[in-house]
Design a protein. Structure first.
Length: 316
């Protein structure tokens, strides 16, 4: 029987296929004869101890005028799928966490879940990088306004960001003399009730916030340097940054080699490391992007490489 894959994602009707990594995975799976099934978060449920999905069969086409078509709808146990691609974008909230509890059942019974639900719960994308403090810029995570002010005074020029955002949302750059310092801290910490991350500003951001894709601990040999637009600090494409593909450098390889054992140990088959200058700033594992941009620039098949790795694991 062909391999069956369930993708859990945000509405496929709303994606931009030219840059959607989930779509790249679906194209690659379909090309090798896998049967595609589609679900959104509200299609998941648990009944009498059985985690299941009200899924639709799916076909995809690399055509911006008509890129998907649904087939039959079926209620299936999650354990019936050989592979589950958990590609729901943040926010990483309690609903997301509840979904990972359902996915645990499939992972425990032999389905390959990318990425492993335990890792999705335990490895916050901002905090995960701090497991490697020697690779990170100076940083702190706190609710305490005085601690954040002291950090800003110490380093002079810093980035503040929430722990649950994506795409550059709610990221602030503050200098020690910024008149808005107090109100920004109040906003991000919700008056000292929510944890916030502060990192020393890295001037090398002008050369790019570099996305390094990693498949089962092995770096893709090319990265996407996301260059901030004029007057911006954020390189995120969603915040107006420009993607410039290039070869991976020695510093980025060094960072991947240091992080790779932890990724493998935690069942993180597909990750996106964010590197600015010589510093690791984030480890993205929920729905890393940039596959399509790099495929187009260098005639790669990154999703195919990921599926090759999954097939090897299914064969064990």
């Amino acid at each position: 029987m062909p391999t069956s894959v369930l993708v859990i994602m945000d509405p496929i009707a709303n994606i931009k296929i030219a840059k959607d990594s989930s779509f790249a995975m679906l194209l690659a799976a379909q090309a090798r004869g896998w049967t595609l099934h589609y679900a959104e978060l509200n299609d998941l449920s648990l009944s009498d101890g059985i985690a299941q999905a009200n899924s639709r069969t799916l076909s995809v086409c690399d055509d911006a005028s008509k890129w998907f078509e649904f087939g039959n709808t079926e209620q299936k146990a999650l354990t019936e799928f050989n592979v589950i691609l958990m590609r729901k974008d943040p926010p990483f909230d309690m609903e997301y966490i509840y979904a990972t509890y359902l996915l645990d059942q499939a992972a425990e019974q032999g389905s390959i879940v990318v990425n492993h639900p335990r890792a999705l719960r335990n490895a916050n994308e901002k905090l995960a990088a701090t497991r490697f403090p020697d690779l990170c810029p100076p940083h702190c995570v706190t609710r305490d306004a005085d601690m954040l002010k002291h950090f800003i005074d110490t380093h002079g020029d810093v980035i503040l960001k929430p722990l649950d955002g994506m795409g550059g949302s709610s990221i602030f750059r503050l200098r020690a003399d910024d008149p808005n310092r107090s109100v920004v801290i109040e906003t991000l910490t919700q008056h000292q009730t929510q944890f916030t991350m502060a990192q020393k500003f890295i001037p090398e951001i002008t050369a790019g916030d570099n996305r390094v894709l990693v498949i089962d601990g092995e770096a893709v040999p090319y990265v996407l340097a996301r260059i901030p637009s004029q007057g911006e600090t954020r390189g995120n494409l969603a915040a107006g940054g420009t993607g410039v593909p290039r070869k991976i450098n020695d510093s980025e390889r060094r960072i991947v080699n240091a992080v790779a054992p932890w990724l493998r140990e935690n069942g993180i088959l597909f990750a996106g490391l964010d590197v600015i200058g010589d510093y690791l700033t984030e480890i993205n594992i929920t729905s890393p992007t940039c596959i399509r941009e790099l495929d187009k620039a260098f005639d790669l098949d990154i999703a195919g490489q990921l599926l090759d790795n999954i097939e090897q694991k299914l064969a064990v």
